[in-house]
Design a protein around this ligand. Structure first.
Ligand code: KIV
Ligand code: ZN
Length: 496
């Protein structure tokens, strides 16, 4: 069968990062981008360079290090924005400028204060300006879901004539229904005379829980690029979830005869990485990547799956990177098995990193009998996160109980100097945070926005992964820590 290719455009680092509280540092964005490259998405939207120096730096760094995917930067329809986007993108193997302007009556009147003619003029000028830098130009009609269809056809024709190679139709406010959105795409295909000169793309938000359904409906009506995010992260209720779009296409080839280049076995890893970096947990019953997505609880289901997996499984856990024959390591496992497993999990560590990770593995294995892949990932990522840290935890002592006031004492290495702090608190975590704040008084001026603990695997001996988000003035900083002792993990997260 001659299957048409669907371009997977990931916007976790741009639209996903616009979720309140999902801000990522430049290095965190680079880690996500590298995982997206392993996942083999076609386009990574790395950020909005004009929006902040941090976004600019992230796009520039990602552009310089990603070789297997196109890297896109967002810009409004102004020359300044486009110039800035290009400045950040030019080192990329395949850079794409993505420029947008709103096209709905509501947005044009209340937000832009521009007439439809002025909007067409600005869109065409922006596309022409971007085309001076590259032919890989994408144009988006913000709020296309609520735009007048005649006007949408007119502006799409104009931007294609100006040089846009991809035309994106966002349902910005997640308002449309699948049959309606599909019809919108079909109308564009039928009525815009030069539509064959561009790829039609869609970008659906999930305000009514329909982002994936709308995206699939658009594909059935001629769209050939889907914009989506890992775990469905994004503004408000989020964007279409990449893993759901991709697995729907893979699983229902009979009705969705398309080809996607995504390496689906990297999905689970990408989901965990984004969740751990942003501190946004994945709900247990979330399709594809939720902890229960492949769990069979009811006796009848378990019996069926044991007899024949396809009775209740429409896709295999292995296909999304959850290996059924999970390799378990323990304290008797040697360096060779450890290195082998890490390589299978996609890690390429230097000798020094491997030695350090192996030392840490032995420490954890002393406390926890069985270490699953998730444990190894947490352990290695934890070491990577901690490389070059300004503050290192040397020692921690905590006492708490039903009759006693919780107290904590810490010893930190601060750039080679050993410093100590001690305090009591409302609970053991509070006591540890107060003790650390004695050593780092700046912490007292920062507000705690988020403190979250997540068990990496099942069981009471599971490692806990803690995310801490602090706010001071305009700055928001986030840290992670993992350990089989959640109090230690909390201290590490705060220091990170
Ligand atoms: O939702 C939206 O309209 C967007 C555009 C900027 C593509 O994110
Ligand atoms: Zn969006």
């Amino acid at each position: 069968m001659n299957e048409e290719k669907i371009i997977i455009f990931d916007t976790t680092l741009r639209d996903g990062e616009q979720s309140p509280g999902a801000a990522m540092t430049v290095d965190e964005k680079l880690r996500v981008a590298k995982q997206l490259e392993k996942l083999r998405v076609d386009v990574i939207e790395a950020g909005f360079p004009m929006s902040s120096p941090g976004d600019f730096a992230a796009v520039q760094k990602i552009a310089a290090s990603i070789k297997e995917c196109s890297v896109a930067g967002l810009s409004r329809a102004t020359s300044k924005d486009i110039d800035r986007a290009w400045e950040a993108l030019q080192g990329a193997a395949d850079p794409r400028i993505h420029t947008f302007i709103a096209t709905s009556p509501i947005h044009m009147k209340h937000k832009l204060n521009m007439s439809p003619d002025q909007v067409v003029e600005a869109a065409v000028a922006a596309v022409r300006h971007a085309c001076r830098y590259t032919s890989n130009v994408e144009w988006s009609a913000e709020d296309a879901g609520r735009s007048d269809l005649d006007f949408l056809c007119r502006i799409v024709e104009a931007v294609i004539a100006a040089g846009a190679r991809t035309v994106n139709i966002p349902d910005t406010v997640g308002y449309t229904l699948p049959h309606e959105f599909g019809a919108r795409i079909r109308t564009l295909r039928e009525r815009v005379p030069n539509i064959d000169q561009a790829i039609l793309s869609v970008h659906c938000h999930n305000d009514l829980g329909l982002a994936v359904a709308n995206s699939l409906s658009a594909l059935l009506n001629g769209a050939r690029q889907v914009e989506c995010t890992i775990n469905g992260l994004g503004e408000r209720a989020g964007n279409a979830a990449l893993e759901e779009v991709v697995m729907a296409i893979r699983t229902r080839k009979d009705l969705l005869p398309f080809q996607v280049g995504v390496v689906t076995t990297e999905i689970s890893r990408a989901s965990k990485l984004v969740s751990s970096i942003t501190g946004f947990p994945v709900q247990p019953n979330k399709a594809i990547v939720g902890a229960n997505a492949f769990a069979h609880q009811a006796g009848i289901h378990q019996d069926g799956v044991l007899k024949e997996a396809t009775t209740y499984e429409i896709m295999t856990p292995d296909s999304v990177g959850l290996s059924a024959n999970r390799m378990v390591l323990g304290k008797l496992s040697g360096r060779h098995a450890f290195r082998d497993r890490l390589e299978t999990l996609g890690y390429q560590l230097s000798q020094e990193q491997l030695d350090q990770a192996f030392r840490r593995f032995k420490e954890v294995a002393d406390k926890k009998q069985e270490l699953f892949d998730e444990d190894l990932i947490a352990l290695v990522d934890d070491e990577v996160i901690r490389e070059g840290e300004h503050y290192r935890l040397i020692r921690l002592h905590v006492a708490s109980g039903t009759q006693d006031t919780p107290v904590a004492a810490v010893e930190l290495d601060v750039q080679g100097e050993r410093l100590r702090g001690a305090s009591w608190g409302a609970g053991p975590v509070d006591a540890v945070f107060q003790a650390i704040a004695q050593v780092i008084p700046d912490l007292k001026q920062a507000g705690l926005q988020l403190y979250q603990v997540h068990a990496i695997t099942g069981g009471t001996d599971a490692q806990g992964e803690v995310t801490v988000r602090l706010e001071k003035g305009e700055r928001v900083a986030q840290g992670q820590g993992a350990d089989s002792d959640v109090i230690v993990a909390s201290a590490k997260a705060l220091l990170n």
